[in-house]
Design a protein around this ligand. Structure first.
Ligand code: C2E
Ligand code: MG
Ligand code: MG
Length: 970
């Protein structure tokens, strides 16, 4: 019945309300109320009604708030005024109306929660606080406030049919939610959530405590970091679930600070955990600094939280989101780099991201139910739980060893494993051998092959090692003491033998018998091989693989011993030296030099018979013991074949290398002679061949030998010759070919030996060059020649002549040469332009770099430079232009060359020299015709016995006075 009556009543009531409102508005009393309130109808079945949408919020209305009520059953709209209960009220009000459409009295509670995560906003979030100070109904007394920590709860009683308007005095303009609950239903819901919250809180608390205790026990850094995160979560849900207010008394304002604080704590906890767990400072130190700065910033945020919780919470929420994002990027990166910690964290982090997404939906109001908030709280605990499991997996992966809780025995076992040695355990009593790890595997045999009775090993051993192996074990068993230290070979599956070494110690049983023999077994093939290689290197030349000098001599000695007295064995020894090998090294590099030697070795080997021996005696020198030939003619043929084999051009890169060899050979005739003596003779002959220009075979002659011992004597004599003034200079004129006038002199040294008479410089200069004497000798010549020149000039006046002084390239190695020469020059006060230093071509080429340096300095000092003996060496003229020569002296060998090519070569040389702006001196011209021919070719000077032999200084002075009579007067 009432249902039919009411619809009729309402339009009238509405109309009336509208009219009253209009009247009120027209009278100017309305205070901005544009329409009458629509009451929310409540029936008996409504247990929970959301009033949020139908509640009207008025802000800034002062402390006396007037509002029109919803029209009552009578349809009349009344105006009510409510005054604020506190002094400094902001003037925020909320109005809603309720109509009891049932026919019984209804008990309800109005609930406005303090904090709601939903729609709390990301930036400067609403952190909640008390929402409603009091509620005044349009009828009756102000409502009773029910005690509650987390919501403003007011109890109302609605009579049947009553329409009541409620005016709520608000603390802040925000009223995120307001609900009308049936009291019992509300209690049940609260209780239901309380149970859930209790469980979640319990788990969170246990987790935090558990992780903390674990940290105390284990001490790895990721545990405290996880514990910190767990505590942060616990703190957060303590506040969020309203548990905090049960522990301490907190005002609504305090609670905001607490809430912001826990959010900051949570954000910091996540950063610390991520950093510690991923061990980020190990990857990059800068990451450590960045994280530290981040955490410090969050630390400051705690302070901010006290003053402005909203700011702190906003930043903390951002930080949390940022950490989660950075975290997933890092985890992905490190995970792809196979960092197992990162990989294991993936599930937990994915959960964090899901949680973050849910939280974002809730905070921005897109997910707006009552379960979200507690669900997110529970989610956090779940995350910590998952992280806890992950961390424990790592923390305990090292097992007991990481704690250092193992006995010495275990330590020894671990050390053995660490060393990579294999355990060899022979149970003597039962005759069972066990190797751990199975040595069969190393040998390529199927597993277990080498286990079992020790006799099973024997057939696998190298036949030569079998008896020794058995004997060693027998001795050990018999003597019952000592150690087993044995090396032997075992055949692997592929047929190769491996060297194994057993080192073991017997273990004695109660009766004194050996019951076990335990130790290690190792594959020492590598070591054995390298020892053998070393031994090989000591005997064989590394590069060519040929025997070295020592082995060569040994073998020769053995042959000589065998051949003692018999005529059948007559070895011939060849010493083979490659000519100009040094140049190959200098110009093409060591690698080329090495290749040349290897190629030559191969060629020489082909000439050998099995009974012959080829060795590398050192550098570019080979030795050969020829046993296969005895006939001198055949031996000569063989030596020729060797020489020819070396002469075959070699290709290196795209260059052709042409080599020759100097070969000395000696056949064993003198029964007394030793291997070393024989080799010495062969080498002496080889040196002779070399001296004669190389590319020749020189058989040994006993005459060579004496000159060797002479040499030492001569060297000693030469030392004294300086002091005894046995050395002097003679001068040989150098004549201008165009007018036969004297152009200069060459200073040549003479040695008047007290016993042996005159000794040629060709003999004593090389001796001086091989000792330090050359420096003294050279300076003597330079000093004497320059002072003689100065003396002549004082006697005759300045003459247009030069003086040539020989300079050995051995002198070029002396660092003081230049200074000494400068000193002598300034002493004699000669014009340096009148002095020509003569250097031999072959000697300059031996050390081109050093030569160039010194020669350039001499050139800068004003001295002239002449290249002596051109045509005896092998270098090209163009190469020699690298040196600052201004004169070349063509050697007499070239000048006197009997072949028909002589004129061609001479012309070419002279033309080239002139084009290079060099003077040319021809040495040893034999006839006038030659002199004329040379002059026509463009040769400037001649020096030979034809123009005058070398004579003493006084003779020269007389000659000069004769030739240049006018000079003195001028
Ligand atoms: P060299 O510098 O080529 O000197 C020219 C040599 O040829 C001299 O021999 C000279 O006597 C000789 N000679 C000149 N004209 C003729 C000729 O028509 N026919 C023949 N058969 N020989 C002729 P010598 O004096 O025996 O000197 C030999 C070498 O000793 C010189 O060759 C030079 O390299 C070296 N020598 C001489 N004196 C010195 C010196 O003071 N210091 C140095 N480092 N070496 C010197
Ligand atoms: Mg000379
Ligand atoms: Mg010469």
């Amino acid at each position: 019945m009432p249902l039919t009556r009411k619809p009729l009543a309402w339009p009238a009531a509405r109309l009336a309300a509208f009219l009253v409102a209009l009247v009120v508005f027209a009278l100017g009393l309305g205070g901005g109320v544009a329409h009458a309130l629509e009451p929310v109808k409540i029936s008996r079945e409504d247990t929970a009604l959301d009033l949020t949408a139908t509640t009207e919020i008025y802000s800034g209305r002062g402390d006396a708030f007037q509002v029109s009520t919803a029209p009552g059953t009578d349809g009349i709209v009344r105006r009510i005024e409510v005054r604020s209960s506190t002094e400094n009220h902001q003037g925020d009000w909320a109005v809603f109306a309720l109509a009891n459409v049932s026919e019984e009295q209804l008990e309800r509670v109005i609930v406005a929660p303090h904090f709601r995560l939903v729609n709390s906003k990301l930036f400067w979030p609403d952190l909640g606080s008390q929402r409603i100070l009091s509620i005044t109904p349009s009828e009756g007394f102000a409502l009773d406030r029910q005690p509650s920590e987390e919501a403003d709860v007011f109890r109302i009683t609605l009579n049947p049919g009553a329409v009541i308007t409620f005016v709520a005095e608000l603390t802040t303009p925000e009223l995120p939610q307001i609900y009308l609950w049936q009291p019992d239903a509300y209690k049940d819901t609260v209780n239901a959530f309380t149970l859930y919250r209790g469980i979640v809180l319990g788990i969170a608390g246990l987790l935090a405590v558990f992780l903390t205790i674990l940290f105390v026990v284990k001490g790895t850094s990721m545990l405290p970091a996880t514990a910190a995160l767990a505590w942060a979560v616990l703190a957060y849900i303590c506040v969020d679930f309203g548990f905090l207010s049960k522990l301490i008394t907190v005002t609504a304002d305090d609670e905001r600070i607490w809430r912001a604080g826990t959010e900051v704590f949570l954000a910091a906890g996540l950063v610390i955990f991520l950093f510690t767990y991923l061990n980020l400072n190990r990857w990059h130190q800068h990451l450590g600094y960045a994280t530290l700065a981040w955490i410090l910033g969050l630390g400051l945020l705690f302070g901010v939280a006290v003053y402005d919780p909203a700011i702190a919470s906003g930043i903390a929420r951002l930080s949390f989101a940022l950490t989660a994002t950075v975290g997933i990027v890092l985890i992905a990166y490190l995970g792809f780099n196979r960092y197992d910690r990162a990989i294991l964290l993936v599930p937990a982090w994915l959960l964090i991201l899901v949680w973050l997404f849910g939280a974002w939906l809730a905070v921005t109001g897109q997910l707006a139910n009552d379960i979200v908030q507690p669900a997110l709280g529970g989610g956090l605990v779940l995350i910590v739980l998952l992280i806890g499991f992950t961390v424990m997996q790592h923390a305990f992966s090292g097992g007991a060893y990481q704690l250092g809780l193992f006995s010495d025995l275990e330590r020894q076992a671990l050390a053995l494993t660490g060393s990579g040695d294999t355990v060899w355990d022979w149970d003597v009593a039962r005759d069972r051998v066990v190797t751990i790890p199975d040595i069969s595997h190393q040998l390529g045999l199927s597993l277990g092959t080498m286990n079992g009775p020790v006799r099973n090993w024997v057939p696998r051993l190298h036949p030569d090692d079998r008896d020794r192996f058995r004997a060693t074990l027998d001795v050990l068993l018999e003597h019952r003491r000592g150690r087993l230290n044995h090396e032997f070979r075992v055949r692997a599956e592929d047929g190769h033998y491996h060297w194994l070494s057993i080192r073991a110690r017997p273990v004695l049983g109660a009766n004194g018998e050996i019951i076990r023999c335990v130790g290690t077994i190792n594959d020492i093939t590598e070591q054995r091989n390298s020892v053998e290689r070393l031994l090989h290197n000591a005997l064989l030349d590394n590069l060519t693989g040929l025997p070295n000098r020592q082995v060569f001599l040994d073998r020769l000695q053995a042959i000589l011993l065998m051949g003692d007295g018999s005529n059948s064995i007559r070895p011939t020894v060849l010493a083979i030296d490659i000519d100009r090998y040094k140049q190959v090294n200098d110009m093409l590099g060591i690698a080329a030099g090495d290749n040349v030697l290897i190629a030559l070795t191969r060629r020489l080997r082909r000439l050998l018979r099995p009974q012959d021996t080829l060795a590398r005696l050192g550098g570019d020198q080979f030795g050969l013991i020829l046993m296969s030939e005895r006939d001198p003619a055949k031996i000569a043929d063989f030596a020729d074949a060797v020489s020819k084999a070396i002469m075959v051009p070699l290709n290196y890169g795209n260059r052709e290398i042409n080599l020759t060899a100097s070969i000395g050979l000696v056949s064993w005739l003198d029964q007394e002679q030793s291997a070393a003596g024989l080799l010495d003779d062969a080498e002496l002959a080889m040196f002779r061949a070399k001296k004669a220009g190389g590319n020749r075979v020189e058989p040994f002659r006993p005459a060579f030998r004496t000159s060797g011992s002479d040499r030492l004597q001569l060297e000693a004599d030469l030392k004294r010759a300086m002091e005894r003034k046995e050395l002097s200079l003679v001068y040989q004129p150098i004549v201008r070919l165009s007018d036969a006038e004297i152009a200069g002199f060459e200073a040549l040294m003479r040695w008047d030996h007290p016993k042996r008479g005159n000794i040629s410089p060709t003999e004593f200069i090389p001796i001086a060059e091989n000792s330090d004497l050359i420096n003294q000798l050279g300076l003597f010549a330079f000093d004497k020649a320059t002072s003689d020149l100065a003396e002549w000039q004082t006697q005759t006046g300045d003459l247009p002549i030069f003086i040539s002084i020989n300079l050995s390239s051995a002198q070029l190695l002396n660092n003081e040469l230049y200074d000494d020469m400068r000193a002598i020059l300034s002493k004699s006060r000669c014009d340096p332009a009148q002095i020509k230093m003569e250097l031999t071509e072959s000697l300059v080429m031996e050390n081109p770099e050093q030569a160039r340096l010194v020669l350039e300095k001499l050139r800068e000092a004003g001295l002239r430079l002449a290249l002596d003996d051109f045509g005896t060496g092998h270098s090209s003229l163009s190469y020699l232009t690298r040196f600052p020569f201004d004169t070349i002296k063509i050697d007499k060998a070239l000048v006197r060359d009997p072949s028909d090519k002589r004129a061609v070569i001479l012309r070419a040389v002279i033309t080239m020299a002139r084009e290079l702006d060099m003077r040319v001196v021809a040495e040893g011209i034999e006839s006038e015709e030659d002199a004329i021919q040379l002059a026509q070719m463009g040769c400037d000077y001649g020096q030979s016995f034809l123009f005058g032999p070398p004579v003493g200084s006084e003779s020269i002075l007389r000659l000069l006075k004769e030739r240049f009579p006018l000079m003195k007067r001028a």
